[in-house]
Write a protein that binds this ligand. Structure first.
Ligand code: SF4
Length: 256
């Protein structure tokens, strides 16, 4: 089983694992896209393992986590982007781990309605999809994705009655008014409830340059700004990552 915690060299691994939460990556560890900030390998993915959904559910049952984030690489090589496989995994995990909060951090499935509906109908507790950065930097930061497609994925999740979550990184060269616009769009256009804001950290010299390190006070400013826009939960800080769920209180985990 691949964990993003290890694959993406996440700085929060010790804290999360101690809290009985982890992020699982399904559909292999090779992505069909090449985002400029991401440490995951890009290339020709391997064939899907039809038994993976069952194996993941069994493994998580043995771990009895409080909170699991299921994510995946982008599988643009598959007709439905892997949506059916992803949906099966959600359903089996929810069935076999009723006490575990199931959050999914999904690709955009190229905005395809059929694929997104498969995911929405599996009823994850939280639907997470990252906007990652401001509109003007999308092409540079995530060339195969788009600002409008991501907003539309989130808006459709909220419309389907799911708790929508998203995240952005700071430090890639964004301007203050651009951050404001991105947060307003996430709240007003996409009806996102949960937001994460973190510092971009460069995985290797081959990845995008860090243009600025934000001070913790600046993260606190953006946390208050976002709460002022009406987001229910905001985690904002240098080490905050999108599957970092410390801000989230739900009936299933009472916020611990
Ligand atoms: S789509 Fe996701 S896994 Fe693939 S390169 Fe981009 S951020 Fe990384």
């Amino acid at each position: 089983m691949h964990t993003v915690c290890e694959e993406a060299k996440c700085p929060n691994i010790a804290d999360c694992w101690q809290r009985s939460t982890a992020t699982i990556m399904i559909m292999g560890d090779i992505c069909t896209r090449s985002c400029g900030f991401c440490a995951v390998k890009t290339g020709k993915p391997i064939a899907l393992d039809p038994f993976e959904p069952q194996h993941v559910a069994e493994a998580l049952k043995s771990l009895s986590l409080k909170h699991v984030v299921i994510t995946s690489v982008d599988r643009d090589d598959l007709p439905d982007g892997g949506a059916e496989h992803f949906a099966q995994t959600i359903s089996l995990v929810k069935k076999q781990c009723p006490q575990t909060m199931v959050e999914v951090l999904i690709p955009d499935f190229k905005g395809q309605s059929d694929s997104l509906e498969k995911i929405f109908n599996a009823k994850p507790d939280v639907l997470n999809h990252n906007l990652e950065t401001v509109a003007s930097l999308q092409k540079q930061v995530r060339p195969q994705a788009s600002y409008q497609t991501s907003l539309s994925v989130l808006a459709r999740a909220a419309q389907a009655g799911l708790v929508a979550k998203s995240g952005i990184m700071l430090g890639l060269g964004e301007q203050e008014e651009e951050i404001q616009q991105a947060l307003q769009d996430l709240k007003e256009k996409a009806r996102v409830s949960i937001l994460t804001i973190g510092q971009y950290l460069r995985p290797t010299p081959q990845h995008l340059e860090i243009k600025k390190y934000y001070h913790p006070d600046e993260f606190e400013h953006w946390r208050e700004y976002a709460l002022g826009l009406g987001f229910e939960h905001v985690a904002s800080g240098p080490m905050v990552r999108s599957s970092y769920h410390k801000a989230l209180k739900t009936p299933k985990n009472n916020g611990d």
